[in-house]
Ligand binder design. Structure first.
Ligand code: BGC
Length: 839
């Protein structure tokens, strides 16, 4: 018996993270037991026992232990589990270490001459006087920083201190530097511009939005063997020299000139603190997650040297160079070729490039303060370039992949891969719309529709929890309003289905992870959003008339914003999402034990529904807005009791469109699910495997390795369909993966956290087989089905420890259930083969 996945607040052995109150979770494997009979958590700090739950019924998904945390302490904890068969095991010792909490900083904010384009390096010589037991570095540098001990990089993270509404909160990171700081040495910190200090944002503004000067605060704390402590903080005794970077920007790239002469050190200047509160980190580390070799070396018709990485991704690169002094090397990054040539016009104003001037020395070049969304890289200035000299570095926030699904349909498999790459490419600290052009921002609508898929694909709890904090920070400043992008970078509008991320994402996280602390934490934000809508809506439905993106990029012929808004009445969408968020807030109030609030929001939801029905439905309950998305919303949110009528209308809306979808950001994520619920999974499968435009496999057939922003981002002849808003890596339509996990694999949770689920896979001959695993917070589920010769179906199911499944076999008869072991399965592995009538 093994206890695995021991986490605090969904993090493994975190150091310096914000942990307002610890929530513990774990999983059990390799046991003969089927259920957890009892568990016990013990926590110590040094030799002091801090907490002991005793043997009790503890929730393996989320157990809160009340404790008062002290700054800069490492708390060690174990969990022991005893099963129904009497087997018992204890986990290895895990830990979490607090940051500085509310302790004042010894270090002071320092800065330098900001008119000098060469980027600063702040340095301090550290004298280590005695034997060292431990050393920690608490640090934040703005815009971005990288810290070094005697030239060796500290940690493997990139793009710290990450992206926030810096006027509200600024994250610092904590590093264990005990190994490095054993004897005297030099601590140095390189700064770049990043989101804080570079041009960034949707409004095309050239000046930085949050700050225009480099700033650094740091504290090195050394504990000596004799028990004494020493703290070395940033102050004006630190010196400043300059690196060889003369330019850095998230959108535009980096310039480095190694022929520049060193600049003599000057004293650092004390500086004003940034406006935001310096806070323990919530951002997950962004690190190199994969290294990709170049797939092909291309000499284009235009005479360019281009490397094809074979995969569109987000990240950086390493380039080995040994060129004569003064050689100028230029790299440019793009998503696709046009007429066989390098292309980058759809990046709009983002220059996405790297300039390097060589000193003549051999070097492996790697950018410090930028990233790119690319598949193709054009390189000039390198004679005798070899493909193997270049490596693509895939960057995203550290998240474990938890879902895997393969089918017998090659194009569908590529779609599955594309959706996963959509997440990898856009979960870089903030859930972004796209990673390449002059946006790369936390568009809330995109994040909202993709969140369930994200949770099936990767462990997304901590990542999205940080985003929810970002949302709440914005709301506190904006009277509850949730801006369209978060962090907002001055975007001050809000819209239906976008702002509703504040209510939908916490609910999604609760459903997927079974940890109610996310609802406790976000409840004020949820209330603030629905109350904000009410303040706009007043008693005259003003929310319907507010600006909305509608069913963004739907193809059903709307005229708003050059047709991007789609034809579904925005008022209907606005009221439906208002209803949805209000219901979620009411349910949350109920769960958290706020009956008055629950009643209040339930009444409001009823009122919204009554008004909706009055204005958007015929007396017999048919939706008066005749679009696929209108019927989908009707069915999904129970807007009408005439389910049959609206279901028929939905089917007609698909059939009348030649069996194709017409939906945008609002309709697409629920399209196949609602068709399935009304008994038309056949149509859902038709839509899934449809290879022509518009449909998911259209882009796959054209060689896409990620999900496109538009159903026709590229035309059948390979020409890009437009450049004003056309990304090849937008994850919204990748939300079909939720349906694939829930319906093709059949994993449907019956209670938050996937401990009790229904497994009801749907079969379709065109897929042939589905092989799926989902390492849920409760344990690893498996469901595999395969159509065999002679209409035989084989189904194999694995139920993890302490979990149960209600199984619905496709066309299952009594004999099949008997062979399987029944309708309700407990922990174990099950298999059945039986005959099906049709598939
Ligand atoms: C973004 C979207 C976003 C939209 C708002 C676009 O520029 O890329 O994905 O949701 O604007 O409608």
């Amino acid at each position: 018996m093994k206890i695995t996945d021991c986490k605090v607040n969904h993090l493994t052995n975190p150091i310096g993270f914000s942990i307002p109150s610890p929530v513990f979770s774990w999983k059990v494997t390799e046991t003969t037991g089927k259920e957890q009979a009892a568990a016990r958590i013990m926590i110590r700090c040094g030799d002091d026992p801090i907490a002991d739950t005793g043997w009790a019924e503890l929730d393996s998904l989320a157990t809160s232990v009340l404790m008062t945390l002290r700054p800069r302490q490492r708390y060690y904890w174990t969990v022991s589990v005893c099963t129904d068969t009497g087997e018992e095991a204890q986990s290895q010792e895990n830990w979490f270490e607090t940051g500085k909490l509310d302790e004042p900083w010894v270090g002071k904010w320092i800065s330098c001459d900001n008119s000098e384009p060469r980027h600063p390096i702040f340095t301090k010589q550290i004298a280590v006087k005695k034997g060292v037991v431990s050393a920690r570095l608490y640090i934040c540098g703005l815009g971005l920083y990288e810290a070094f001990w005697c030239g060796e990089r500290i940690g493997n993270e990139l793009l710290m201190p990450y992206c926030n509404h810096y006027n509200r909160w600024v994250q610092y990171q904590t590093y264990d530097v005990t190994r490095q700081v054993q004897s005297s040495g030099e601590l140095s910190v390189h700064l770049g511009n990043g989101w804080y200090k570079g041009r960034f944002g949707f409004k095309g503004r050239q000046e930085p939005y949050y700050g225009d000067s480099w700033k650094l605060i740091a504290e090195l704390r050394i504990t000596y063997t004799d028990g004494t402590d020493e703290v070395i903080g940033t102050d004006d005794s630190w010196t400043v020299t300059r690196s060889n970077l003369t330019f850095s920007n998230i959108y535009d790239g980096e310039h480095r000139d190694d022929t520049l002469l060193p600049i003599p050190p000057v004293c650092a200047q004390l500086a004003e603190a940034p406006k935001g509160k310096l806070t323990e980190r919530m951002s997950l580390p962004v690190t190199v997650q994969q290294v990709l070799p170049a797939k092909e070396f291309i000499h284009t018709p235009a005479g360019e040297t281009v490397l094809d990485m074979g995969q569109l991704f987000t990240g950086s690169f390493r380039l080995k160079l040994h060129v004569p002094a003064g050689t100028k090397v230029h790299l440019q990054f793009g998503e696709l070729l046009q007429n066989g040539n390098f292309y980058r016009d759809n990046l709009r104003s983002a220059l996405a490039e790297y300039f390097y001037t060589s000193s003549g020395e051999e070097i492996t070049l790697q950018p410090q303060f930028t990233f790119y969304g690319y598949r193709y890289v054009k390189i000039t200035g390198v004679p005798n370039l070899r493909a193997e000299d270049f490596e693509g570095l895939v960057l995203y926030s550290e998240m474990e992949q938890v879902g895997h699904i393969t089918t017998g349909h090659a194009l569908v498999n590529q779609l599955i891969s594309n959706a996963l790459w959509g997440q990898k490419g856009n979960y870089l600290d903030v859930p972004t719309d796209c990673p390449q052009r002059d946006e790369r921002m936390g568009w809330t609508g995109d994040a909202q529709v993709f969140a369930p898929t994200a949770c099936f694909q990767m462990d997304s709890f901590a990542f999205l929890a940080k985003f929810l904090e970002d949302i709440w920070q914005e709301q506190q400043e904006k009277g509850g309003m949730v801006p369209d992008v978060v962090p907002s970078f001055d975007v001050d509008g809000c819209a239906t289905a976008w702002g509703d991320a504040a209510c939908v994402i916490p609910w999604v996280l609760y459903q997927y992870y079974g940890d109610i602390s996310i609802l406790q934490r976000q409840y004020p934000s949820m209330k603030a959003w629905v109350d904000y809508i009410q303040s706009i809506d007043r008693n005259d439905h003003s929310w319907r008339r507010h600006f909305h993106y509608g069913d963004w990029l739907a193809l059903d012929g709307g005229t708003g914003m050059d047709g991007r808004i789609g034809r579904t009445d925005v008022g209907l969408i606005a009221d439906t999402y208002y209803l949805y968020s209000t219901r979620l807030t009411a349910k949350t109030a109920e769960l958290l034990g706020h009956p008055e609030d629950a009643k209040h929001y339930t009444n409001r939801a009823e009122h919204i529904l009554t008004e909706l029905r009055k204005d958007y439905f015929s007396p017999d309950g048919l939706c008066l807005v005749d679009t696929q998305t209108a019927y989908l919303l009707t069915l999904r949110h129970g807007l009408s009791s005439n389910v049959e009528g609206n279901a028929l209308a939905l089917v007609h809306a698909v059939e009348n469109n030649n069996g194709h979808l017409h939906t945008g950001f609002v309709g697409t994520p629920i399209l196949c699910e609602e068709l399935t619920k009304i008994g038309r999974s056949d149509l859902a499968f038709d839509l899934l495997v449809n290879e022509d435009y518009p449909g998911w496999l259209y882009s796959v057939k054209l060689g896409a390795t990620t999900v496109w922003e538009r159903w026709n981002s590229v035309l059948p002849d390979g020409t890009i369909s437009g450049t004003d808003m056309n990304s090849m890596n937008h994850y919204a339509y990748g939300s079909i993966l939720q349906w694939m996990y829930e319906r093709c694999a059949g994993f449907q949770t019956l209670e938050p956290g996937f401990r009790k689920i229904r497994i009801a896979p749907l079969i379709d001959r065109r897929l042939g087989f589905v092989c799926a695993t989902y390492d849920s917070p409760a344990g690893k589920w498996e469901c595999h089905w395969k159509l065999l010769e002679g209409n035989h179906l084989q189904v194999r199911i694995v139920v993890p420890f302490d979990c149960t499944a209600e199984v619905i076999l496709p066309q299952g008869n009594d004999a099949a259930y008997k062979q399987l072991g029944g309708h309700r399965l407990s922990t174990g592995e099950y298999c059945v083969t039986y005959e099906v009538r049709n598939a």
